[in-house]
Design a binder for this molecule. Structure first.
Ligand code: GLN
Length: 544
């Protein structure tokens, strides 16, 4: 018999992009600070089986779990706020649910029943929710339902969480609804009506929220809170305002101060110690009091989409906290760079980062940025695609292999310095078929990467099809390229670097998925420290 896990369901209303994921994650922080074991799960109503096949314009970043699932970016927030690695099963989609139900139907599991949304789909959803809680042995399972109440796709999920309270008992379930209080400039006031409507919609589905968290630009007054409580049918102490704040890491502290942590443990009858948020507070303080500023130029393809490089932006902030500086990110469109503009942004950078990516668009701009960083001794950090093009740039401009390329964009190239492994060559199915999840990386002693990791072997998360072509290893290393990490099982190049450079390190894996607010990833930290050195060259850095 597992412990009596409590379930905290988070839904959203009025508009999308409310920051529901941050609210769910912040609750995780508050409960964990009370010594409780917490897990978080995301239920995504879309029909894709996972986020792996989705375009960053539609979906933002694809977050990768240690066991190789391509998930919603909210899982990244969850991991950073509760400091736990989550698994594939922490992200459930309509696509996954239907695939399983249809598979079971074909097997004959339903014994002649007509297979329907209720109970078969809803049962499958509930089974998943239970399973995650049982497997993680959680005191509290936070379950966020993606989308906005009123969407057709999310109905089976809402129905499943409605039923849940009758299955486990109302006292073990809490419903938290996140809404928006828009501020109407012309009227000069905050409006509560959309929240009232959203709660009404939720109640029509059969879910009466226990708590309302209202996102606002400006803090609401007591009269607003009373009105929301009255129409939302909750006590005033169950209405929490969540105004915009300078940093997303302020949110747990703000909600704690307003009493959401205590309210939750009381409502769910949890026995726990008083919250210890000292480390979190210290982290936020360090972030806010740093005076040195570092400019990092991120050269990518989706620079106008804030969510596209979410974990990288977060990891840079973490590294800033560790190094004692503020990190400002200049997002530079690789296409712009390819057409010859944008060089001023590159020149004013203290560090240049080329992130992961796919396809030919913008590649020449990325190469230009890498060449600039290499020649001008500007700290460079390449991630996945950013490593592959660093290898191509080196092969072309240092080794004289003018037509060096990756077979991803030039399948017929004479010099495929980056190519697909045998097992990736004849892949027909695009979804879930890359090299995914954690693999070992063993360091070459004495390299910069080895130094910053302070370990001989680590495990890092991957998401790619192409690799450094070992046939060129000798030629490239003869000219000075350093292989600083290898995967021992398959002899694959995991990290490269350059000697006699301020910092030129690029990795085939995605370190951004492993960075945490008070445990910056070593590669990000090394990069930001090198950039800080460049920013403060010629003067003594300010102490924090
Ligand atoms: N497109 C490259 C590959 O598939 C890199 C992928 C990435 O950067 N995540 O190998």
């Amino acid at each position: 018999m597992s412990k009596k896990t409590r379930y905290l369901f988070v839904t959203g209303g009025v508009v999308s992009s409310l920051g529901k994921g941050i609210v769910a994650s912040s609750l995780g922080t508050l409960l964990k600070a009370r010594g409780l074991k917490v897990t978080i799960q995301k239920l995504d109503p879309y029909i894709n089986v996972d986020a792996g096949t989705m375009n960053p314009y539609q979906h933002g970043e694809v977050f990768v779990t240690v066991d190789g699932a391509e998930t919603d970016l909210d899982l990244g927030h969850y991991e950073r706020y509760i400091d736990e690695n989550l698994k594939a099963k922490n992200n459930l989609t309509t696509g996954k649910i239907y695939s399983q139900v249809i598979e079971r139907e074909r097997r004959g599991d339903y014994l002649g029943d007509t297979v329907r949304v209720i109970p078969h789909i809803t049962d499958q959803i509930k089974e998943f929710i239970h399973q995650v809680a049982v497997d993680s042995d959680a005191d509290v399972a936070i379950v966020e339902v993606g989308g906005t109440v009123g969407d057709i796709e999310s109905l089976p999920f809402l129905e499943a969480i409605r039923q849940f309270k009758n299955d486990v008992g109302y006292e073990r379930v809490m419903y938290l609804h996140v809404t928006l209080l828009p501020h109407l400039g012309a009227a000069g006031e905050l409006k509560t009506k959309p929240t009232q409507h959203s709660v009404k919609e939720l109640r029509a589905i059969g879910i009466a929220p226990d708590v309302l968290v209202c996102r606002t630009e400006k803090p609401p007054g007591q009269e607003h809170i009373r009105k929301i409580a009255l129409y939302g049918d909750v006590p005033t102490k169950a209405v929490f305002a969540c105004p915009d704040v300078a940093s997303i890491y302020d949110v747990p502290l703000m909600l704690e101060q307003d009493g959401l942590g205590d309210f939750t443990v009381q409502r769910l009858g949890l026995q726990c110690k008083p919250p210890d948020l000292e480390a979190w507070k210290m982290m936020v303080r360090r972030m806010k009091t740093a005076t040195d500023k570092v400019r990092i130029c991120l050269v990518g393809k989706y620079v106008e989409i804030k969510d596209a490089y979410m974990s990288i932006a977060e990891s840079l902030q973490h590294a800033g906290i560790a190094a004692g500086c503020q990190v400002h990110i200049d997002r530079l469109d690789a296409g712009e760079l390819a057409s010859g503009s944008g060089m001023e942004t590159l020149r004013s950078a203290h560090g240049i980062l080329v992130p992961g990516g796919f396809g030919a668009r913008g590649v020449e701009g990325k190469i230009r940025a890498i060449e600039f960083a290499r020649k001008e001794n500007v700290p460079y950090f390449g991630i996945c695609y950013g490593m592959q093009w660093a290898v191509v740039e080196f092969a072309r401009n240092v080794c004289g292999l003018k037509d060096a390329n990756s077979t991803e964009v030039a399948p017929e190239t004479e010099n495929p310095v980056v190519w697909a492994m045998e097992d990736q060559k004849n892949i027909e199915k695009m979804g879930g078929s890359m090299r995914l999840g954690e693999y070992d990386c063993k360091f070459t002693p004495g390299t910069a990467a080895h130094r910053v990791y302070e370990a001989d072997t680590v495990r890092e998360r991957h998401r790619h099809r192409y690799e450094f072509n070992n046939a060129y290893r000798q030629q490239l290393t003869d000219k000075g390229l350093v292989i600083s990490g290898l995967n021992p099982e398959r002899d694959l190049v995991e990290i490269i670097e350059l000697k006699d450079h301020a910092w030129f390190v690029a990795c085939q894996f995605h370190p951004e998925f492993g960075s945490r607010p008070y445990r910056a990833h070593p590669l990000f930290r090394g990069f930001v420290e090198a950039a800080l050195k460049r920013a403060t060259a010629g003067r003594t850095p300010a102490t924090v």
